[in-house]
Design a protein around this ligand. Structure first.
Ligand SMILES: Cc1ncc(COP(=O)(O)O)c(C=O)c1O
Length: 285
């Protein structure tokens, strides 16, 4: 496997970073997870924007637009057209003689920039809608869920708690409100007062969640999706529950805390939203 490290594409086994890198020591950095289908990266501008906004928020000077061309080079170097692509930017390694554990980084530090890619299924693999089970787990992560931090310990621990409870994934909840999965955003289909279905995704202000690129593509493709606070108790009577994300695509949660959601199979909205997402990707969104 060839990876990108600080401007060069090199075999993964030869890529080296310092053990004093602040990403390694502090989780001081951000990442992006992107997807290419047939050689074209999905919504790369949205990933650049999200990373750029996040880097500004954490005061890390780096322009992720500079990764667009190397991403294509990396795909070619690995001979991949259908792939998951990972970008990581950390604050870097303090220079020789500089304190390694100072919380305030030295002003002259240079970011460490790394990318890799691995093969993933092509568009032809969808549908069917993938399925998994989930448990509701308290969201004990930090309050900046909109920042795509490499520090994913909270997500890891929630996923382990879910596994311990016999579920494939966790739906993270703060108090009475549902937020997102451990690696994807949440969508629920709930009965609308007065009849019919309401397709809901938690609003950004109602939970500490990531503004997912997939979530954004779906909101752009389906104006009927409502962004609002979503109560955990609404999930208990939801007709459908789904996760959406770059790798997740649309995945139906067919069991929640051991109870079947709807009839326990992917529902019509999951298939509809998956097809909308595939349409957005094909049209080059
Ligand atoms: C916690 C979390 N929420 C949501 C998402 C979905 O974001 P995207 O659609 O950009 O992949 C991810 C993706 O990694 C995630 O880790």
């Amino acid at each position: 496997m060839q990876v990108y490290l600080n401007g060069k594409i090199v075999p993964a086994a030869q890529a080296q970073i310092s053990v004093f890198d602040r990403g390694f020591l502090f989780g001081d950095g951000l990442y992006e997870g992107l997807r290419a289908f047939d050689g074209r990266v999905v919504a790369i501008d949205r990933h650049v924007k999200r990373m750029s906004d996040g880097l500004r928020e954490i005061a890390l000077a780096f322009d992720p637009a500079s990764l667009v061309r190397p991403t294509q080079d990396l795909l070619r170097a690995n001979n991949l057209k259908d792939a998951f692509i990972y970008w990581q930017v950390t604050r870097g390694t303090p220079g020789a003689g500089r304190p390694v554990r100072a919380r305030i980084p030295p002003p002259d530090i240079t970011p460490t920039v790394m990318m890799y890619c691995v093969p993933t299924p092509g568009l032809g693999a969808y549908p069917p809608v993938p399925t998994k089970s989930a448990c509701v787990i308290p969201d004990l992560r930090w309050h900046r869920g909109h920042v795509k931090s490499i520090a994913l310990l909270g997500n890891v621990l929630a996923a382990l708690d879910a596994e311990q409870a016999g579920c494939d994934d966790a739906i993270l909840a703060r108090g009475d409100f549902a937020g997102e999965g451990t690696s994807a955003n949440l969508i629920a289909v709930v009965p609308r007062k007065g009849g019919g279905d309401e397709v809901v995704t938690p609003s950004m202000s109602s939970a500490s969640i990531l503004g997912g690129v997939t979530r954004d593509l779906l909101l752009a493709a389906d104006a009927s999706i409502v962004e609002r606070p979503l109560r955990v108790e609404e999930l208990r009577t939801a007709r459908e529950i789904m996760l959406c994300g770059t790798l997740t695509m649309i995945t139906s949660i067919t069991r929640l805390d051991g109870v079947a959601v709807g009839d326990g199979t992917p529902g019509p909205h999951a298939l509809r939203l998956l097809n909308l997402l595939l349409g957005s990707i094909r049209s080059g969104m």
